[in-house]
Structures are given as structure tokens and as C-alpha cells.
Design a protein around this ligand. Structure first.
Ligand SMILES: [Zn+2]
Length: 322
């Protein structure tokens, strides 16, 4: 049966009807910012209904950035989306759409998308890391999405790697997110540009604010300063990945998100650092690669979650079996 995957971001709501084979049959996008106050929930309902019109669908899963307690289908904290915090979204959206609806953290949903249809489709053990404004993550082990007791697990971006390091959005210092996100790349680019004003990166920094894609472009043009920014970022990423490789022993680590467009300029130093820091045998077989679905991983993963029975636990949580 088809299912609807919804990806709610800071700028847009994307809702897609997805076939069991992972084909997007229809997709609608609503801007989040143009939505009047207190209408976000309604807009998500509209998006689900509009996308699904004319299609037979069995359910929907809504992927939301922020802290999600998936067993309760509640968002605890979502920056810029405070309106939907603390509400039973399965009940509210179930009423407006007439479908079974579940809620998942967006990075967990994207990880599930890569596991079903993307970089991890041939493996049972996948770690997914997404480098955007922040750093999100998802872990699949033995084919099961790791959620933890309250469904808030898999927050790979908030392991502290450098106490006293740069401030993270979560309030800690030196999280992986503060060291290897797109935001971290921009901050590091400013610092390196200040130290190397004669570089292409340094000259651009005098003209205007440097964006992540500027760093990638200048690095492709072999500007040493831009390459250094990506190398340093990749090294920090690799330190984080070494921890994940030691803990989860994955077959594949897939790196997605906007910053992953830097490709091997970021992944090669990450791979080298992971290999230096992780232990054998976990480090020897693991493959660190770019995620393959791009920005569609969210809707595809959410739809796949909705297709997996309850859109919830693929295996019943331990202790609940009779
Ligand atoms: Zn943090």
C-alpha cells in the first residue's frame, strides 16, 4: 500500500505519496514561513490531504526537526515550529486526514529512507549522519531503527567532542554539531579567511558573508584556505564517526545534508581520521560514503516508516511481547 511521507522543515512542508517500492507518485510543497501563526498543524493536514488526493494510501508519517517522542507521537521541542510542540499529532492529524499518522524525528526518518532506498539498501547496519544547519543522525542496527526508551535516541550531533569548544545550539560546548555542521563550516571559513586575507576565501570574506557552498566552490577551484576549512571540518567529522564506528560497528556510514555536497573533500579526511581513531575490526570493513537520496530522504523515509505496519517499531519493544 502507498503511504504518505511528510518532511516538515523550517522553510517548507513537503508531503509525498510513495509506493512500497520507493517511487514518489505525487508531491506537494507548502512554505512554512508563509503559514499564518497557529495554522501550521492545519497546513500539515492540508498537505497530506492534497498529496494523497486520488491515491489509495494506508497511512502517513510526519518527520519533524527537533526532539520527538515517537511512541507518543509528540514533538517536545522544535526550533521555529513551537506551535506543534506538546500536541498528540497522531490524534490531531488523524482527525483532519482520516489516516493513521505517526511522528518521527527528521534525521531518523532520513536514515530510514537511506536504509530502505538509498546508501544502506543492501545492508542491515547503517549509521546516517546529516550535515546541515545542525548535525542530525540515525542508527539502524540489525535492520531496526534505534529510538531508545522515549524515541529521542539517535541524536548523534550532540556528542561532546571538545569541552570548552564552540557553543552548540543545545547549550553545550564542542558538540559534533558545533564542529562539523554547515554552520560550523561557515564559522571556520570566517576564521581561516581572517588568517589568510590574500586567499580567494579571504578576498570573498571582505566582499560578503561566506556561505557553505562558497567554501565548496572555492575548494573545487583549489583555493588552499577553502580546502583547509573542509579538511578541518572533515577531521572533526571523522573523530565523531570513529566513536559511532566503535559503538555500532556499522557496515556503512552514509553522510548526507547540504554540507555533504563537498563530497570527498570532506569525506576523505573524515575517513582517514576515523581509521586513525576507531578500533579494529570495526574500522576495517566500514564504508564511509555520501548518502544517495539527497533531500528526498526525509519524505521517502517517513513514508517507509508509515508502511512498516504501525509506522512504529519494526520489532516490538522488549518486554511487551506476551
Ligand atoms: Zn549540542
Amino acid at each position: 500500500m502507498n503511504a504518505i511521507g511528510v518532511d516538515v522543515g523550517g522553510t517548507k512542508i513537503a508531503a509525498a505519496v510513495v509506493s512500497p517500492g520507493g517511487e514518489i507518485l505525487n508531491e506537494v510543497r507548502y512554505p512554512t514561513q508563509a503559514v499564518p501563526p497557529n495554522r501550521l498543524l492545519e497546513s500539515i493536514g492540508y498537505a497530506i490531504n492534497e498529496a494523497g488526493e486520488g491515491f489509495e494510501t494506508g497511512g502517513a508519517c510526519v518527520a519533524v526537526p527537533g526532539l520527538v517522542m515517537s511512541p507518543e507521537n509528540k514533538v517536545i521541542f522544535a526550533p521555529n515550529l513551537h506551535e506543534i510542540e506538546g500536541i498528540r499529532l497522531d490524534e490531531e492529524l488523524g482527525r483532519s486526514t482520516g489516516l493513521p499518522v505517526t511522528v518521527e524525528n527528521d534525521a531518523n526518518a532520513a536514515a530510514w529512507g537511506e536504509f530502505h532506498y538509498g546508501a544502506g539498501k543492501d545492508v542491515e547496519h547503517l549509521v546516517f549522519v546529516t550535515l546541515g544547519t545542525g548535525v542530525g543522525g540515525g542508527v539502524i542496527t540489525h535492520g531496526v531503527l534505534l529510538r531508545g526508551l522515549q524515541g529521542a535516541g539517535g541524536e548523534l550531533g550532540h556528542i561532546v567532542m571538545e569541552p570548552g569548544g564552540p557553543l552548540c545550539g543545545c547549550g553545550n560546548e564542542g558538540c559534533l554539531e558545533a564542529l562539523a555542521s554547515g554552520t560550523a563550516i561557515q564559522r571556520r571559513a570566517r576564521e581561516v579567511a581572517n588568517r589568510h586575507p590574500g586567499s580567494a576565501l579571504g578576498r570573498l570574506a571582505i566582499e560578503r558573508q561566506i556561505l557553505g557552498e562558497d567554501v565548496t566552490r572555492l575548494a573545487q577551484e583549489e583555493d588552499e584556505a577553502a580546502l583547509r576549512v573542509l579538511r578541518e571540518t572533515g577531521t572533526w567529522l571523522g573523530i565523531g564517526l570513529a566513536g559511532f564506528v566503535n559503538i555500532f560497528n556499522p557496515e556503512i556510514v552514509a553522510v548526507g545534508g547540504g554540507a555533504s555536497q563537498a563530497g570527498e573533500m570532506l569525506l576523505e579526511p573524515a575517513r582517514e581520521e576515523m581509521y586513525r581513531k576507531a578500533r579494529s575490526p570495526s574500522r576495517d570493513l566500514v564504508e564511509i560514503m555520501e548518502a544517495t537520496l539527497g533531500p528526498t530522504s526525509g519524505v521517502l523515509g517517513a513514508a517507509a516508516l508509515a508502511q512498516d505496519g504501525e509506522g512504529r517499531y519494526v520489532l516490538e519493544p522488549a518486554g511487551e511481547a506476551s
